[in-house]
Write a protein that binds this ligand. Structure first.
Ligand SMILES: [Zn+2]
Length: 380
């Protein structure tokens, strides 16, 4: 094979090589495209093995050398690799037999796509088989040491959630953070994780023949929440909320958080209030599962309502751990909020799933409990 040197010792063009030689046989299995870095201005790429870079539109193929450093950035509709201009998007493929790609110290086994996303920004997207992706989600979303049946329930919920996110016309399907489901590449994968994913291979949750958005969360605090219509979800039976006796012993089951009057006032002022003094705060409206929707705050300028979800966003969701707030106690200098659970509370309660599994319940029983009415079916 003739290899033309384009840049001194760094970027080699590989003419005539097949484009994606190992893709065709797996075409039937569902794949997913995960945005692993979004809006980056540049990337310092260090290679431990040879890597191919392919311009997707032209099929031009280049080779990056092993044990080298490359600066990657975007410019208009182009991607600059070590100063050489390539047409966006480009695909990074490990050379045959080489280790997969490591980015930001995480190992990725899929194909990596670099895409100019405008204004000098770069998106980095991994395209991989859905079942491989789930192996990376599971250890990030649930402790790998938890009972196998809980891990299997998580695998089915995460598979269903991911399939529901597929968007063929978009640049990618899903992000890798807590706003969707957490994915950290291949590093946390161990034999238990593989068993949980493989033994439920292809299984998904459907209600009335449609995939459900299989939300899950850390701990519900005693009752899971009904899905909020503000999320653009129809309130279907599997996501309408259930009473949960299984997470009561969890350390996340109850929490307290103290907020000073000064900080509460600053929060109100930030959203336009002219108040200078707080007189009190109490729950104003509640949802069916007992979660607070709004608080009524009395001030020297009258009273106003505040959405709990705004307060969570302002003070942090690791402080206001849920909207399941049961009591507000005035204390010196501020207010103590007492609450239950951690997370949005919709769908499967992971702490409850762990207890159910410890009590000998199967993953199917766990899923039927938290998503009532949903069937566990093969995705095809
Ligand atoms: Zn629970």
């Amino acid at each position: 094979m003739r290899i033309r040197l384009l840049l001194p010792l760094l970027l080699l063009r590989v003419p005539g090589a097949p484009l994606f030689p190992c893709q065709a046989p797996a075409a039937e299995a569902p794949r997913i495209r995960v945005a692993i870095i979004r809006g980056s201005t540049s990337l310092n790429l260090k290679t431990s093995a040879p890597i191919y870079i392919v311009e997707v539109k032209t099929g031009e193929k280049y080779q990056l050398l092993a044990d080298s450093a490359y600066e990657v950035r975007s410019m208009g509709a182009s991607i600059m690799v070590a100063g050489h201009r390539l047409l966006s998007p480009v695909k990074m493929l490990p050379a045959e037999g080489a280790e997969r790609v490591r980015l930001a110290s995480r190992l990725y086994k899929g194909d990596i796509i670099l895409r100019a996303s405008g204004q000098g920004r770069l998106d980095i997207i991994e395209s991989l088989l859905l079942e491989e992706y789930l192996r990376g989600v599971l250890p990030a979303e649930m402790s790998p040491g938890w009972p196998l049946e809980a891990l299997k329930a998580q695998a089915v919920a995460s598979r269903t959630y991911a399939l529901k996110q597929l968007k063929p016309s978009a640049d990618y399907d899903i992000t890798d953070g807590v706003e969707m489901q957490v994915y950290k590449g291949y590093d946390g994968v161990n034999p238990r994780i593989k068993e949980a994913v493989d033994s439920t291979r292809g299984e998904v949750l459907r209600y009335k023949r449609k995939l459900i958005t299989a939300f899950f969360h850390s701990c519900c605090g005693g009752h899971t929440a009904g899905v909020n219509s503000a999320w653009g979800e129809g309130v279907t039976k599997p996501l309408s909320g259930v009473k949960d006796p299984y997470c009561a012993g969890s350390s996340h089951s109850r929490w307290k958080y103290f907020v000073t009057s000064k900080d509460l006032l600053a929060f109100l002022q930030k959203r336009g209030s002219t108040a200078l003094k707080l007189k009190g705060i109490k729950p104003h409206s509640k949802g069916r599962s007992g979660r607070i929707i709004t608080f009524r705050v009395s001030t020297d300028r009258g009273s106003e309502t505040a959405l709990v979800k705004e307060m969570r966003a302002h003070f942090g969701s690791n402080k206001f751990r849920s909207t399941y707030i049961t009591k507000v106690t005035p204390v010196r200098g501020g207010y103590e909020f007492s609450g239950r659970g951690w997370g949005h509370g919709v769908g499967m309660c992971q702490e409850g799933a762990k207890t159910m599994a410890r009590k000998g319940k199967s993953y199917r029983k766990i899923l039927r409990f938290y998503y009532p009415g949903a069937g566990i079916e093969e995705f095809n």
